[in-house]
Design a protein around this ligand. Structure first.
Ligand code: ATP
Ligand code: MG
Length: 215
């Protein structure tokens, strides 16, 4: 079992969009921790549109989260979509994760957004007995942008963050497919598919590396 928690206390950075497409990439189970139920609702739409639905569990409490963990099979990929806020449930999903993915934008407001999130990661770490850090995923990067100095400098200066090699660009196809309750794999967009494939590979590699570090 691998638990991929997509989390950032900042709203609207692409947590649900990334979680949705990761569920497509890994054929994973979605745990929907956001009271807005974005992915639960999109999955309902999938059914209405005659598409094969994902397994989506609505989780509202730490007990429900732990019970879902107990029931998960060894080969299952669990994708946890969290809301853009901080509570005990989100903290539990962060503490349990094999990998934490934090989508972020290349702009100055991330200096504050990611600092807030780093403080939360530090607080969680004090309550559990292993180091945690989050993989920062640049999302909605402008078409040709190559300068990501804001995000790079945050990641270089905080032990809580590791910058991912994968970059997700701002592409209307991500919105179009999501609004049609599809993943990027149900589109013909080669570039977006290769971005999500690259993200999948990088996640697999980082999970393997983290296991090796523990041995
Ligand atoms: N790479 C992208 N390209 C284009 N649009 C994107 C991209 N990533 C996210 N979006 C769009 O940005 C909006 C916000 O994304 P999303 O709902 O996934 O954010 P969120 O972090 O889950 O927000 P919340 O904190 O409210 O749960 C959505 O309309 C989504 O389709
Ligand atoms: Mg969301």
């Amino acid at each position: 079992m691998a638990i991929i928690t997509v989390a950032h206390t900042k709203g609207g950075v692409g947590k649900s969009m990334i979680s949705w497409n990761l569920a497509g990439a890994f054929n994973g189970t979605i745990l929907d921790l956001d009271f807005q139920r974005t992915l639960t609702r999109n999955n309902e739409l999938r059914k209405q549109f005659g598409l094969k639905p994902f397994k989506v569990l609505e989780i509202s409490s730490p007990d429900e989260f732990l019970s879902a963990m107990k029931k998960a099979s060894l080969s299952e990929y669990i994708i946890v979509d969290t809301g853009g806020f901080d509570d005990n449930l989100v903290r539990l999903a962060i503490a349990y994760a094999n990998i934490i993915i934090t989508p972020a934008f290349e702009n100055n407001s991330e200096l504050f957004g990611l600092q807030t999130f780093a403080d939360i990661l530090n607080e969680i770490q004090q309550q559990i007995n292993h180091e945690i850090s989050s993989c920062v995923l640049i999302n909605r990067a402008y078409h040709n942008a190559t300068n990501f100095e804001v995000i790079k400098s945050i990641c270089n200066s905080s032990p809580k963050f590791r910058l991912m090699n994968t970059i997700i660009r701002d592409r209307s196809i991500y919105r179009k497919t999501f609004n049609a309750a599809q993943t990027i794999y149900e589109s013909t967009n080669f570039q977006a598919k290769s971005e999500i494939n690259s993200l999948k590979k990088e996640i697999e590699q980082r999970i393997v590396n983290a296991i090796k570090e523990c041995i």
